[in-house]
Design a protein. Structure first.
Length: 362
């Protein structure tokens, strides 16, 4: 069940004035090929927009000219929106689907993954979250020991940075092989699709230490919505109770880290009340899915960053000193990303992607 909005992206954006138009508190997505009329007019306007954006790229320091170009682009998009509204009234079949909007949308919208306009959660997203939790709980000591051994040997043999990187590569292979074996036959099916009314368009922001990025709009599964999936795994390799424990420990560590992170880095009215009010049964745990939830340990095994939230402070200092990759000691203690994406629910801002997972044997 979704606790905060969940966005698992399709990789596409719905373009304002071309793919959708606004109507009261609804976004109506258009099937361009069903418009039947005024298509040439829309395409001409689209060409104008593209030409203006190319012109904007060439303008570097002329801020007034940039502002004028952006206003012109916006005016053309609003003209297109009026055309789409007009055509769809006479031809309702041109509307693929309508989705609730919790924001005053005035630009493109990042869409979620769907099958025939019906949202679902890919099994790969759920499996990745489960694997990360297991790795965090059972891999910390092993990763630290292997990294320390390999890098320590490279330092003693004076192999330099190249040798240390090779040692890390070997450690990657050893650790990855062991944990891949546990999840080799671990299968998570895609969830069943739900009707589009289970999702809405939300206002989101990206926070960095340098400030805020402009508002970005995205589709997301609404809090309270539930999905059903099937998980198949070998309990001789991993017990269900151990998996639930891993999820609970990992989500607790992430939640505590995030609270502390926001307290230190952002003076922002971020709310955690949706999470703090969740009661968990014996067969339940929290996890995070989709956009805005990534940490370096999720990003793969190819970079040094993969280790930072898994190894001890002693090993961190050893690596940083050897590879000369950090000027400030405080960086070592901050393995998680330094930017955050937040989403508005009602009048409060929340983190994306938190969900409650319930296991039932069949």
């Amino acid at each position: 069940m979704a606790i905060t909005p969940i966005h698992i992206g399709s990789g596409d954006k719905a373009l304002y004035g071309l793919d959708f138009f606004r109507e009261e508190k609804t976004i109506k997505m258009i099937d361009f090929y069903r418009l039947k009329e005024r298509i040439n007019e829309i395409e001409e306007n689209l060409t104008k927009i593209m030409n203006l954006k190319e012109e904007e790229k060439k303008v570097r320091r002329e801020e007034k000219r940039k502002i004028r170009i952006r206003e012109e682009v916006r005016n053309i998009k609003e003209i297109n929106e009026k055309i789409l509204k007009d055509v769809s009234r006479r031809n309702p079949e041109a509307v693929r689907y309508a989705i609730k909007s919790n924001a005053e949308v005035d630009r493109d919208v990042e869409t979620i993954i769907k099958l025939n306009s019906s949202p679902y959660i890919p099994g790969s997203s759920i499996k990745g979250a489960l694997r990360t939790a297991y790795l965090y709980e059972y891999g910390k000591g092993k990763i630290d020991a292997i990294a320390k051994e390999k890098v320590g040997a490279a330092l003693r043999d004076r192999k330099g940075i190249k040798g240390i990187k090779e040692a890390l590569k070997n450690a990657n292979a050893e650790i990855k092989g062991e944990f891949d074996e546990v999840f080799k036959n671990f299968v998570v099916r895609d969830t069943k699709e739900k009707q589009i009314k289970c999702s809405s368009v939300y206002d989101s922001k990206i926070l960095t230490r340098r400030g805020e990025y402009p508002h970005q709009f995205l589709e997301a599964i609404d809090p309270g919505e539930s999905f059903i999936t099937e998980i198949i795994f070998d309990e001789s390799k991993i017990k269900l109770r151990d998996l639930i424990l891993c999820l609970r420990n990992f989500s607790s560590a992430i939640l505590n880290h995030e609270k502390e992170f926001f307290k230190k880095n952002y003076h922002y009215n971020l709310s955690f009340h949706l999470l703090e009010g969740v009661e968990l049964e014996e067969n339940e745990a929290l996890l995070r899915l989709g956009k805005g939830t990534g940490h370096h340990s999720k990003a793969g095994w190819s970079t040094f960053d993969s280790y930072l939230d898994m190894i001890s402070e002693e090993t961190c200092y050893l690596l940083v000193k050897a590879m000369k990759i950090a000027r400030e000691k405080k960086w070592i203690a901050e393995p998680f990303p330094i930017s955050r994406r937040i989403v508005r629910v009602g009048n409060k801002w929340h983190q994306l992607g938190w969900a409650k997972i319930s296991f039932e044997r069949i």
